[in-house]
Design a protein around this ligand. Structure first.
Ligand SMILES: Cc1cc2nc3c(=O)[nH]c(=O)nc-3n(C[C@H](O)[C@H](O)[C@H](O)COP(=O)(O)O)c2cc1C
Length: 306
């Protein structure tokens, strides 16, 4: 048994441990802050921000699936200015890295938000080009390499010294093509995966369960897909990766890191258990200790493919 160092560095940003909470599953931290000290987390990815406030999509917009959920929330958020005025000061009470997740209707909108967020000193910007639940922008940028590259360039131009991480969609034929385009356009890091498009139907009414008909699937059921994609991307580009999709305990987090992730994000698992990110951190530490590692970072990329 060792006592492994838990800190990791993601694109120059030091996290006290590799566990981040995933955008859209942790709000701005206020509710979870009632359960434990948010400073225990490595980082917080805030709910997806847009240039103007958004109500999101009509309900029902969450449906359970075996070992997962479907959501069609559609980027409900107070807008970037309200975030800067009230939510960022709240988060700054804690010793935790703040990652601002953004979605734009146009590349210019991404640029404007990056300008404001970097001036306010967020620790990292996560550029969401992969939301399956909005009409404009969103997934359209994440499924076409040239558009993904354009948004990345725009974000980099306006983010100043703040590192830019681009969040990739699993709803593509070859995720490495998008990863390569985004890397060539200057991204500092990649995060993956966003949700997988899915659908449930009520057999009696013959209506889809979600008002938007389809939604994005997440939770433990998607872990093997996410691990496979992290592994493919890690082999294709040399950028650091924030791995997510189904991480719910130490074992799933360690799989992500062995596949090539520098750090992991915990999303849907927070809904079932608000303490999930803390348990993931402790589980990761136990695995690294049992394997006699000096640093948890030594897990990254350590898979031994047949
Ligand atoms: C209810 C809900 C809302 C989400 N909102 C966002 C969002 O605003 N921006 C974003 O980039 N990803 C969003 N996501 C995707 C998650 O950040 C994450 O990529 C995905 O859920 C996979 O991780 P998980 O299986 O641990 O939940 C959302 C996911 C859920 C379940």
């Amino acid at each position: 048994m060792s006592n492994p160092v838990m800190s990791v560095t993601l694109a120059g940003m030091e996290l006290k441990n590799p566990v981040v909470v995933a955008s859209g599953t942790f709000g701005f931290g206020r509710e979870y802050g009632q359960f434990y000290d948010l400073s225990q987390l490595g980082g917080i990815c805030v709910k997806g921000l847009t240039a103007q406030r958004r109500e999101g999509n009509p309900p029902p917009r969450i449906a359970e699936t075996p070992m997962g959920i479907l959501n069609s929330v559609g980027l409900q958020n107070p807008g970037v200015d309200a975030f800067l005025a009230t939510e960022l000061p709240f988060l700054r009470q804690y010793d935790v890295k703040v990652i601002a997740n953004i979605s734009g209707n146009t590349p210019e909108e991404y640029g404007e938000m990056c300008e404001k967020l970097s001036a306010a000193g967020v620790d990292m910007i996560e550029v969401n080009i992969s939301c399956p639940n909005v009409k404009a922008g969103g997934l359209a940028y994440g499924t076409r390499p040239e558009l993904a590259a354009e948004v990345t360039r725009m974000a980099k131009t306006h983010a100043g010294k703040v590192p830019v991480m681009v969040k990739l969609s699993p709803n593509v034929t070859d995720i490495t093509q998008i990863a390569q385009a985004v890397a060539d356009a200057g991204a500092d890091a990649l995060s993956l995966i966003n949700t997988l498009r899915g659908m449930r139907i009520d057999v009696n009414t013959r209506r889809p369960i979600l008002k938007m008909n389809t939604g994005g699937m997440s939770g433990p059921a998607v872990l093997p897909v996410a691990v496979r994609m992290v592994w493919e991307v890690a082999n294709a580009v040399s950028l650091p990766i924030l791995g997510m999709g189904g991480v719910s305990d130490g074992d799933s987090a360690a799989q992500m890191m062995l596949a090539g992730a520098t750090a992991v994000a915990v999303g849907t698992a927070c809904f079932a258990d608000p303490y999930a990110p803390i348990k993931v951190r402790d589980g990761l530490r136990d695995i690294a200790a049992n394997q006699g590692l000096d640093r948890v970072a030594q897990l990254t990329g350590g898979v031994r493919p047949w």
